[in-house]
Design a protein around this ligand. Structure first.
Ligand SMILES: *Cc1c(COP(=O)(O)O)cnc(C)c1O
Length: 388
């Protein structure tokens, strides 16, 4: 059996401590023991999101959190603006259409970030827009969007911000309250590095006003029910929650908070830099050309001319046990993505680069084996980085 490395932007690697917690005997969700864990996990997620707003843990993947935001905040026919920077931006567009919202989309080239000025123009043109939706970290391209600048604009209008921060939380500094982020969505299997299957969502006062008025049909993801259940003593969930995943999240958040959020952001910055500098050293081209727009969770690299991207990732997986991600949507076959997110350290970055070099070499790409690895090592060494 081969040793395996998961190097995708979700799911991300899970520490042994978290896996052990996940494997604890199941407790009942109405028991005091679970209530305490549930309350703690929610508090820790509030720290991660840097918010005093209400936070709810939903039993679904991240997309369920996106759907919950759309179906709770808006009513059929409401006008919304989606600033789409890639595949996940398009998911907000699909959700909006599916639930009968009147959609205005601003579509960016994949690999480019949102220009906050465009949002200002759109809101100036139509002040009846109820929501502005975008990705903090656009996982399909590796772009990070300037959430603070967008929040600064939207706060002066009737609209709320609905932010998919699923792959950005934990990797990049994110301030829900200070940046006026009204609904923020996260997922268990990204920066938190817990098993797949839970989403979480924060709700501001401005968003509650819309939610209380929303006439959208919804049942499982009704946040009014979630709020009512959370207000009970002890706090509960409307339906049976993902007990084991919440137990795992509680532990994973201990690990992250023990490292320190600031240190976690620094680690992710350096991991991104190491992967990006190594790729460029090998003569590879990054999808995101503007260094300011490069996020810290995932790096998208163009498949070099003459190389079959599918063969590359399948060689890494079958020969080295290293799983990376391909391109999504229109970038399928054109890029590959290395996730460096969550329970991921500097030596994981070295493994990713090393495997990439050897696979590229085997496929006939001209490179000096070890050059990328050395470049990545330099990033950690020069920055005096000795963390995990
Ligand atoms: C992973 C991810 C999602 C949600 O995907 P699920 O498969 O539903 O968990 C949504 N948006 C972004 C930016 C993501 O990275």
């Amino acid at each position: 059996m081969m040793k395996k490395y998961i190097m995708t932007p979700g799911p991300t690697p899970i520490s042994e401590e978290v896996l052990q917690e996940h494997g604890r005997p199941l407790m009942h969700h109405r028991s005091p023991e679970f209530s305490e864990i549930f309350t703690e996990a929610t508090q820790k997620l509030k720290k991660l999101m840097d918010t005093q707003n209400d936070v709810f843990i939903l039993t679904s993947s991240g997309t369920g959190g996106m759907e919950a935001a759309v179906t709770n905040a808006f009513s059929p026919g409401d006008k919304v603006l989606v600033a789409s920077t890639g595949n996940f931006g398009n998911r907000f567009k699909k959700l909006s259409k599916m639930f009968g919202l009147e959609l205005t989309a601003i579509d960016y080239e994949w690999g480019q970030a949102v220009n906050p000025e465009h949002i200002k123009q759109a809101l100036e043109n139509d002040s009846s827009i109820k929501g502005v939706m975008f990705q903090f970290s656009e996982t399909s391209t590796g772009v990070i969007n300037n959430a603070k600048a967008i929040g600064d604009i939207v706060k002066d209008y009737e609209a709320i911000t609905v932010v998919d921060a699923i792959s950005g939380l934990g990797a990049s500094d994110f301030k829900t309250d200070a940046w006026n982020m009204d609904m923020v969505i996260g997922g268990s299997q990204k920066g938190v590095s817990a098993p797949t299957g839970a989403a979480f969502i924060s709700v501001s006062q401005k968003a509650w006003k819309l939610i209380e008025k929303s006439s959208m049909p919804r049942f499982y993801f009704n946040l009014l029910d979630a709020r009512e259940a959370a207000s009970r003593k002890p706090p509960q969930t409307p339906w049976t929650p993902a007990i084991s995943i919440i137990v795992a999240i509680n532990k994973a958040m201990d690990i992250m908070l023990e490292e320190g959020l600031g240190q976690s952001f620094r680690r992710h910055r350096l991991l991104a830099q190491a992967i990006q500098r190594a790729a460029e050293k090998l003569g590879l081209k990054l999808l995101v050309e503007d260094p300011q727009a490069r996020g810290h969770s995932v790096t998208a690299i163009r498949v070099p001319e003459g190389i079959d991207g599918k063969k590359l990732s399948s060689m890494m997986r079958t020969k080295h046990g290293v799983t990376i991600a391909g391109g999504q949507g229109k970038l399928k076959g054109k890029i590959f993505r290395i996730g460096h997110l969550g329970w991921f350290g500097m030596f994981d970055a070295i493994i990713a680069i090393s495997s990439l070099e050897m696979a590229l070499k085997a496929l006939g790409y001209d490179l000096e084996v070890g050059a990328g690895v050395a470049e990545a090592q330099k990033v950690f060494y020069e920055n005096n980085y000795f963390g995990h």
